[in-house]
Design a protein around this ligand. Structure first.
Ligand SMILES: C[S@@+](CC[C@H](N)C(=O)[O-])C[C@H]1O[C@@H](n2cnc3c(N)ncnc32)[C@H](O)[C@@H]1O
Length: 115
């Protein structure tokens, strides 16, 4: 959600060969993301799809994991909490931040994992 051009999906896909991804973002970003992944990550292209979706709208995809990274930090807390209300984690797990090079983060990031 707010997945940008798919860099994080690509990094995780390369590490976890059985994962499939739906990168959600706004219209023009999704179009560019498709092109970027096709050009830069042909090894994982078949497992990474994109769709136009605003994270302010109800979620239409049933997934095991919903992942947001660097997308809510510049929005008001009450808007974010309302947005996240529909995501009720049944389990908590941790994914290693793939550190795609645009961030200094090399730590652990939380992820909600259900099912
Ligand atoms: C700072 S980038 C982070 C991209 C990616 N998550 C990452 O970690 O590299 C924020 C992303 O949120 C997207 N975004 C902003 N508003 C959005 C919305 N309402 N619905 C979906 N995506 C949105 C932007 O287009 C952008 O790709």
């Amino acid at each position: 959600m707010g997945g940008g051009l798919g860099h994080v999906c690509t990094a995780i896909a390369r590490k976890h060969k059985n994962f499939r991804f739906m990168g959600q973002d706004l219209n023009t970003v999704v179009e560019r993301g498709r092109a970027v992944v096709a050009e830069q990550a042909p090894d994982v292209t078949e497992r990474i799809q994109f769709m136009e979706h605003s994270f302010w709208d109800p979620q239409t995809i049933a997934a095991d994991v919903y992942f947001m990274r660097i997308v809510l930090h510049d929005w008001a807390d009450n808007a974010c909490f309302k947005n996240l209300e529909e995501y009720h984690p049944r389990n908590e797990t941790e994914l290693e931040d793939p550190d795609i090079g645009r961030t200094t983060s090399g730590g652990k990031v939380g992820a909600s994992c259900g099912g």
